[in-house]
Design a protein. Structure first.
Length: 213
Protein backbone atom coordinates (compact mmCIF):
# COMPACT_ATOMS: atom_id res chain seq x y z
CA UNK A 1 0.00 0.00 0.00
CA UNK A 2 1.12 3.52 -0.68
CA UNK A 3 2.29 5.76 2.18
CA UNK A 4 0.51 8.76 0.68
CA UNK A 5 -2.80 9.53 2.42
CA UNK A 6 -5.66 8.77 0.00
CA UNK A 7 -7.61 11.71 -1.39
CA UNK A 8 -11.39 11.58 -0.99
CA UNK A 9 -13.07 13.73 -3.64
CA UNK A 10 -16.41 15.00 -2.31
CA UNK A 11 -18.82 16.23 -4.99
CA UNK A 12 -21.94 17.81 -3.45
CA UNK A 13 -23.80 21.09 -3.97
CA UNK A 14 -24.62 21.36 -0.24
CA UNK A 15 -21.87 23.53 1.29
CA UNK A 16 -22.70 22.58 4.89
CA UNK A 17 -22.56 18.88 3.99
CA UNK A 18 -19.20 19.31 2.26
CA UNK A 19 -17.82 21.03 5.35
CA UNK A 20 -19.11 18.36 7.74
CA UNK A 21 -17.97 15.41 5.63
CA UNK A 22 -14.56 16.99 5.08
CA UNK A 23 -14.10 17.39 8.83
CA UNK A 24 -15.00 13.72 9.41
CA UNK A 25 -12.73 12.42 6.66
CA UNK A 26 -9.73 14.53 7.67
CA UNK A 27 -10.14 13.41 11.27
CA UNK A 28 -10.00 9.84 9.94
CA UNK A 29 -6.65 10.47 8.24
CA UNK A 30 -7.70 11.19 4.67
CA UNK A 31 -6.91 14.10 2.42
CA UNK A 32 -10.04 15.78 1.07
CA UNK A 33 -10.83 17.66 -2.13
CA UNK A 34 -14.19 19.44 -2.32
CA UNK A 35 -16.29 20.19 -5.41
CA UNK A 36 -19.65 21.95 -5.53
CA UNK A 37 -20.63 20.40 -8.87
CA UNK A 38 -19.82 17.65 -11.32
CA UNK A 39 -18.46 20.21 -13.77
CA UNK A 40 -16.10 21.42 -11.05
CA UNK A 41 -14.59 17.93 -10.72
CA UNK A 42 -14.32 17.50 -14.49
CA UNK A 43 -12.07 20.55 -14.67
CA UNK A 44 -9.50 18.61 -12.65
CA UNK A 45 -10.24 14.90 -13.13
CA UNK A 46 -6.86 13.57 -11.95
CA UNK A 47 -6.96 9.99 -10.70
CA UNK A 48 -3.22 9.40 -10.35
CA UNK A 49 -3.21 9.43 -6.55
CA UNK A 50 -5.01 6.78 -4.46
CA UNK A 51 -8.51 7.75 -3.44
CA UNK A 52 -12.18 7.60 -4.27
CA UNK A 53 -15.13 9.86 -5.05
CA UNK A 54 -18.09 10.56 -2.76
CA UNK A 55 -20.74 11.69 -5.20
CA UNK A 56 -24.14 13.29 -4.73
CA UNK A 57 -26.90 12.07 -7.03
CA UNK A 58 -28.84 15.25 -7.72
CA UNK A 59 -27.03 18.53 -8.28
CA UNK A 60 -27.59 21.60 -10.45
CA UNK A 61 -26.04 21.06 -13.86
CA UNK A 62 -24.35 17.71 -14.22
CA UNK A 63 -26.03 15.07 -12.03
CA UNK A 64 -24.20 12.25 -10.30
CA UNK A 65 -25.11 9.54 -12.81
CA UNK A 66 -24.16 11.77 -15.73
CA UNK A 67 -20.83 12.55 -14.08
CA UNK A 68 -20.24 8.83 -13.55
CA UNK A 69 -20.80 8.27 -17.29
CA UNK A 70 -18.49 11.15 -18.24
CA UNK A 71 -15.70 9.88 -15.98
CA UNK A 72 -16.00 6.37 -17.42
CA UNK A 73 -15.69 7.74 -20.97
CA UNK A 74 -12.45 9.57 -20.19
CA UNK A 75 -10.98 6.53 -18.44
CA UNK A 76 -11.14 7.91 -14.92
CA UNK A 77 -10.27 5.05 -12.57
CA UNK A 78 -11.21 6.22 -9.07
CA UNK A 79 -14.07 4.20 -7.56
CA UNK A 80 -17.31 6.05 -6.77
CA UNK A 81 -19.49 5.92 -3.68
CA UNK A 82 -22.87 7.59 -4.19
CA UNK A 83 -24.14 9.43 -1.13
CA UNK A 84 -27.52 11.03 -1.62
CA UNK A 85 -30.75 12.07 0.00
CA UNK A 86 -32.70 11.50 -3.22
CA UNK A 87 -31.97 7.88 -4.02
CA UNK A 88 -34.34 5.38 -5.55
CA UNK A 89 -34.02 1.80 -6.77
CA UNK A 90 -33.65 2.60 -10.51
CA UNK A 91 -30.93 5.15 -9.76
CA UNK A 92 -29.07 2.78 -7.44
CA UNK A 93 -29.26 -0.04 -9.99
CA UNK A 94 -27.91 2.22 -12.73
CA UNK A 95 -25.12 3.47 -10.47
CA UNK A 96 -24.00 -0.02 -9.45
CA UNK A 97 -24.20 -1.31 -13.03
CA UNK A 98 -22.06 1.66 -14.00
CA UNK A 99 -19.37 0.44 -11.61
CA UNK A 100 -20.15 2.37 -8.42
CA UNK A 101 -18.68 0.85 -5.27
CA UNK A 102 -21.71 1.66 -3.13
CA UNK A 103 -24.95 3.65 -3.00
CA UNK A 104 -25.66 5.19 0.42
CA UNK A 105 -28.62 7.24 1.59
CA UNK A 106 -28.25 10.42 3.66
CA UNK A 107 -28.08 10.69 6.57
CA UNK A 108 -25.45 7.99 6.90
CA UNK A 109 -23.67 6.81 10.04
CA UNK A 110 -19.95 7.46 10.44
CA UNK A 111 -19.19 3.71 10.46
CA UNK A 112 -21.22 2.99 7.32
CA UNK A 113 -19.57 5.85 5.47
CA UNK A 114 -16.01 5.03 6.51
CA UNK A 115 -16.54 1.33 5.76
CA UNK A 116 -17.72 2.23 2.26
CA UNK A 117 -14.75 4.54 1.76
CA UNK A 118 -12.32 1.84 2.89
CA UNK A 119 -13.84 -0.71 0.49
CA UNK A 120 -13.55 1.82 -2.32
CA UNK A 121 -9.92 2.53 -1.44
CA UNK A 122 -9.10 -1.18 -1.41
CA UNK A 123 -10.65 -1.46 -4.85
CA UNK A 124 -8.66 1.56 -6.01
CA UNK A 125 -5.41 0.00 -4.77
CA UNK A 126 -6.14 -3.32 -6.47
CA UNK A 127 -6.91 -1.50 -9.72
CA UNK A 128 -3.66 0.47 -9.44
CA UNK A 129 -1.65 -2.71 -8.83
CA UNK A 130 -3.36 -4.33 -11.83
CA UNK A 131 -2.49 -1.39 -14.08
CA UNK A 132 1.12 -1.54 -12.92
CA UNK A 133 1.31 -5.28 -13.62
CA UNK A 134 -0.16 -4.82 -17.08
CA UNK A 135 2.24 -1.96 -17.75
CA UNK A 136 5.20 -4.12 -16.72
CA UNK A 137 4.04 -6.95 -19.00
CA UNK A 138 3.63 -4.57 -21.94
CA UNK A 139 7.17 -3.34 -21.34
CA UNK A 140 8.45 -6.92 -21.54
CA UNK A 141 6.48 -7.68 -24.71
CA UNK A 142 7.80 -4.46 -26.27
CA UNK A 143 11.32 -5.97 -26.15
CA UNK A 144 10.30 -8.71 -28.64
CA UNK A 145 11.34 -8.32 -32.25
CA UNK A 146 8.58 -8.27 -34.91
CA UNK A 147 9.33 -11.90 -35.77
CA UNK A 148 9.32 -12.92 -32.12
CA UNK A 149 5.91 -11.30 -31.71
CA UNK A 150 4.61 -13.41 -34.59
CA UNK A 151 6.04 -16.58 -33.05
CA UNK A 152 4.71 -15.58 -29.60
CA UNK A 153 1.17 -15.09 -30.93
CA UNK A 154 1.23 -18.54 -32.54
CA UNK A 155 2.84 -20.26 -29.55
CA UNK A 156 0.15 -19.04 -27.14
CA UNK A 157 -2.52 -20.29 -29.55
CA UNK A 158 -1.14 -23.80 -29.08
CA UNK A 159 0.75 -24.13 -32.35
CA UNK A 160 3.62 -26.64 -32.49
CA UNK A 161 7.07 -25.59 -33.64
CA UNK A 162 6.59 -27.49 -36.89
CA UNK A 163 3.29 -25.71 -37.55
CA UNK A 164 4.76 -22.31 -36.74
CA UNK A 165 7.73 -22.93 -39.04
CA UNK A 166 5.40 -23.86 -41.89
CA UNK A 167 3.10 -20.88 -41.34
CA UNK A 168 5.94 -18.38 -41.14
CA UNK A 169 8.01 -19.96 -43.89
CA UNK A 170 11.06 -20.63 -41.73
CA UNK A 171 12.81 -23.60 -40.13
CA UNK A 172 11.77 -25.44 -37.01
CA UNK A 173 15.23 -24.83 -35.57
CA UNK A 174 14.77 -21.08 -36.02
CA UNK A 175 11.37 -21.25 -34.34
CA UNK A 176 12.93 -23.04 -31.36
CA UNK A 177 15.53 -20.27 -31.09
CA UNK A 178 12.80 -17.62 -31.20
CA UNK A 179 10.82 -19.45 -28.50
CA UNK A 180 13.87 -19.58 -26.25
CA UNK A 181 14.49 -15.85 -26.73
CA UNK A 182 10.82 -15.04 -26.13
CA UNK A 183 10.71 -16.96 -22.84
CA UNK A 184 13.84 -15.19 -21.63
CA UNK A 185 12.61 -11.72 -22.58
CA UNK A 186 9.19 -12.29 -21.00
CA UNK A 187 10.80 -13.84 -17.90
CA UNK A 188 8.38 -16.73 -18.32
CA UNK A 189 9.39 -20.04 -16.76
CA UNK A 190 6.76 -22.11 -18.57
CA UNK A 191 4.41 -22.07 -21.52
CA UNK A 192 1.54 -21.57 -19.07
CA UNK A 193 3.13 -18.32 -17.87
CA UNK A 194 3.60 -17.14 -21.46
CA UNK A 195 -0.04 -17.93 -22.22
CA UNK A 196 -1.11 -16.04 -19.09
CA UNK A 197 0.85 -12.97 -20.22
CA UNK A 198 -0.80 -13.12 -23.65
CA UNK A 199 -4.26 -13.45 -22.12
CA UNK A 200 -3.72 -10.47 -19.81
CA UNK A 201 -2.63 -8.33 -22.75
CA UNK A 202 -5.31 -9.59 -25.12
CA UNK A 203 -2.80 -11.16 -27.51
CA UNK A 204 -4.73 -13.84 -29.35
CA UNK A 205 -5.06 -12.75 -32.99
CA UNK A 206 -3.11 -14.69 -35.60
CA UNK A 207 -0.06 -12.74 -36.80
CA UNK A 208 0.19 -11.47 -40.33
CA UNK A 209 3.07 -11.85 -42.74
CA UNK A 210 5.12 -14.87 -43.77
CA UNK A 211 8.50 -13.43 -44.60
CA UNK A 212 11.54 -15.59 -44.00
CA UNK A 213 13.80 -15.01 -41.04
Amino acid sequence: MTLVAPVIHVVDDDASFRTAIARLLRASGYQVALYESGDDLLQNPSSAEPGCILLDLRMPGLGGLELQDRLAKIGHTLPIVFLTGHGDIPASVRAIKGGAEDFLAKPVSKKTLLDAVERALQRSEKAREHRERIGALRTLVATLTPREREVFALVVRGKLNKQIAYELGTSERTVKAHRHSIMQKLQARSLAEAVSIAERLGISAAPSGSENT
